[in-house]
Design a protein around this ligand. Structure first.
Ligand code: SF4
Ligand code: SF4
Ligand code: FES
Length: 394
């Protein structure tokens, strides 16, 4: 057994007060979970401490929360590991996650305790807080899940019994099927912080579950819908945060990239120029070894031209609309010299052998493996039946 201090961000709406921090001392075996610590504090110190949980085994998805600033499941995070993480964070930054993230009432300005730093526990982000650690999953999570039509849309008469498919044809979607709807990815999504209407990682991972399902007959319509929505697949900024947060290895960002790839393969032109933006990015890096941002803008909206704009009204409108962003870039020092605003002026990197090698490797290995099922590239294939077993256990 060991003693831990958990520092919980509390919010009691009936009090009429804003959120505040409260510390509890708990006594637990390090192998037990952060959720166990919270339940002990609730049992022994304050029965009004609100936390949602059910299975206590990383299955039901109820206990999403932020622990030391990182979104995850309370029942899957060992309290001993959370303590180590809290100590490391203070050693590296001098402050706890409470100070780093949340300037709220009752804050200890130093944020630093004794040898065992407090383990900071907060409700999930990007969602309204109902009470203490309980968030409103309906408004931001379930509404978005329903947005992607999370059920099969097959054509024709349904079979007398079940739809029969080859097991191999389902392998690609097993990763997205492992989702337990905990919302940890939504909580950690940086795009959603800026755009609350972004459909988001969990719902888009769910969308891929049906786009990749051989029984679904509306694949193109689904992709068209998600590509044309200004808050859809092209609103993700590739930050990897949802991959880190997901307790079930769903890797929502990878599912979003699969949706994008499939939309590209279907030749779906989106009004956000998201697909053209990706192509432009790849093309410019291949050519220059570095990102020429002004060329990126031009190539995204008027692809195929060098150094001048296609006389296309939309491209001109988008370029003009980006001027405030460019000015902000100059003011903040991101863009240091004015001449770099001129498309094509940004210099090439002198030696691009490594970049060329990366492109060559990518071209030679363009078959996508779903690593969730098949293991690392180059490993022996799993024996027959092993994939299914891993799926069941995943
Ligand atoms: S990778 Fe995309 S979906 Fe995932 S957290 Fe970042 S912005 Fe959100
Ligand atoms: S994708 Fe992962 S983090 Fe997101 S809701 Fe599903 S299980 Fe939770
Ligand atoms: S209590 Fe069920 S996932 Fe944590």
């Amino acid at each position: 057994m060991a003693e831990y201090t958990i520092k919980v961000r509390r919010f009691q709406p009936e009090s009429g007060q804003g959120p505040y921090w409260e510390e509890f001392n708990v006594d637990l075996d390090p192998s037990l979970s952060v959720l166990d610590g919270l339940l002990q504090a609730k049992d022994k110190e304050d029965g009004s401490l609100a936390v949602r949980c059910s299975c206590r085994a990383a299955i039901c998805g109820s206990c999403g929360m932020k622990i030391n600033g990182q979104s995850g499941l309370g029942c899957k995070t060992q309290i001993g590991e959370a303590q180590e993480q809290a100590n490391k964070m203070v050693a590296a930054t001098g402050v706890t996650a409470a100070v780093a993230d949340s300037p709220i009432r009752g804050e200890d300005p130093s944020g630093v305790g004794g040898t065992g730093e407090p383990i900071v526990i907060e409700p999930m982000g990007n969602m309204p807080v109902i009470k203490d650690l309980i968030t409103d999953m309906e408004s931001t999570h379930w509404t978005k899940i329903r947005r992607v039509t999370p059920w099969l849309l097959p054509h024709g008469e349904p079979p007398e019994r079940e739809y029969i498919v080859e097991p191999e044809s389902m392998i690609d979607i097993t990763q997205s099927m492992a989702c337990i709807q905990c919302g940890a990815c939504v909580s950690s999504c940086l795009s959603m912080e800026a755009d609350h209407d972004f459909i988001g990682p969990a719902a888009l991972a769910k969308a891929y579950r049906f786009v990749g399902d051989p029984r679904d007959a509306e694949t193109r319509e689904r992709l068209h819908d998600l590509a044309h929505d200004p808050h859809g697949i092209y609103d993700c900024t590739h930050c990897f945060s949802c991959i880190d947060a997901c307790p079930k290895g769903v890797a929502p960002m990878d599912q979003i990239m699969r949706l994008r790839r499939k939309a590209g393969e279907e030749g779906i032109e989106d009004p956000n120029s998201g697909h053209d933006h990706e192509i432009a990015f790849v093309k410019i890096i291949e050519k220059k070894g570095t990102l020429d941002e002004s060329l990126l803008l031009q190539e995204s909206f008027a692809p195929g031209l060098k150094g001048k704009l296609k006389p296309n009204k939309r491209a001109i409108r988008e370029m003009l609309g980006s001027i405030p962003t460019a000015i902000r870039g100059i003011k903040t020092g991101k863009m240091r010299s004015l001449h770099k605003l001129i498309p094509g002026v940004h210099p090439k990197l002198p030696d691009q052998d490594d970049v060329k090698a990366i492109y060559k490797h990518a071209e030679e290995h363009n078959e996508e493996l779903n690593l969730y099922i098949r293991g690392e590239e180059g490993e022996d294939a799993l024996p027959d039946g092993a994939a299914a077993e891993e799926v069941t256990n995943g």
